[in-house]
Design a protein around this ligand. Sequence first.
Ligand SMILES: *Cc1c(COP(=O)(O)O)cnc(C)c1O
Length: 451
Amino acid sequence: MFEPNTLRYLDEALVILDQGFQGLPEFTPATQPEPLRAVLREIAQRMQDNFPYPHPLYAGQMLKPPHPVARLAYMLALYINPNNHALDGGRASSAMEKEAVANIAHMFGYTTHLGHLCTSGTIANLEALWVARQARAQGLVLASEQAHYTHARMCEVLQLPFKSVAVDAAGCMDMNALEDALKHESAGTVVATLGTTALGAVDPLHEIMQLRERYGFRVHVDAAYGGYFTLADNLDGRTHAAFEAMARADSIVVDPHKHGLQPYGCGCVLLRNPSEGRFYKHESPYTYFTSAELHLGEISLECSRPGAAAVALWATQQLLPMVPGGEFARGLEASRRTALALHRHLANSARYLAGPAPELDIVVWTMAAPGRQAASRRAQAVFDGAAQRQLHLALLRVPNQLAAAWWPRLARDAETVTALRSCLMKPEHAEWLPRIIERLDNTAAREPLSA
Ligand SMILES: *Cc1c(COP(=O)(O)O)cnc(C)c1O
């Protein structure tokens, strides 16, 4: 599962890296190898206490293994350990970050941009909302009820007024509810989620853009999860139209550490208008003293950042260019196809109650039962039973309104319904789907229908 034989390419590359520093006097760090080896072996034991995230039978939460080239590039860069806060801390990796970020901006159709990598989608969204506040000081921040909770929380941090907007039965922002809010209150920013965390639902950004013409507000796109699906050729028409509208958004967040095959610690924030870099202006007596040009530390809320993350992303983009029709795009298409196939299976079986057809690659369902309580109990039992069969799924608590729309015949003896949820993020899930379904069906068959 771990492809250990690729490690020899790291050895080979380290020799080349070392050649760049040959002029220096000989220096060998005094590391004792044996104690180090003992600690590593202990870690290998302890890390066995994990779900098998890289394996295709792990089909639960949003966990996609980094590409081997990302892992190796990250490790290789660690021998320099660059800090992309300032050019002093990492010239090569800063240049690679700018190239990698420009590629992402290009993928979304931005013709101008300012952007950088950061720790996570959370920090990237904080930064985008902070820039929004600096750019137009007043007005509500509106995001859907299914938006990531970080938006409400970061509005508290930034002391911005926040309000959530109702969703439709598909979990997308309801345009009537949005227009209602816009009529009655002054909105500063509308956050559109392209790929919600729970369902992979895509807010109709193209329709939000039409409302922007009438009401005037800033548009921030949280595509932390779903952004890369802009490359996929098998989306529904409305979903595709939402992705096409991204080029007109004021800011975009995408997480290369979710669908972009990167190790954790890799989020990305993009601003369409480079002049918004002015909001970051500050004086610092201790950094920047050797470089005259604007660099990454001057357009970021965070200071020290791993240059290794930029190197890993750059490496992955070299191997798997983010272009329609390319291998990377085909991987996303496979995920979406697999999700549709699983959804079809669930919808055609009397054992299950399928949720809405997936817009991206997340599938949600519960178990057939007379009422919500029994369905929830059975979903929990299937979750546990599947794990015993080495199939790892996730659970989701479906709120009343969505549960009523999806499963109207379930007796409403509880406020919410526990559902099963599967993020089919690995291209290999396509090939493994028959085995996933077999394990799921076998588990479900053992749960009495009348539980
Ligand atoms: C995951 C996610 C976030 C938060 O990103 P982190 O990288 O986990 O901090 C924000 N928004 C959406 C839509 C997400 O899916």
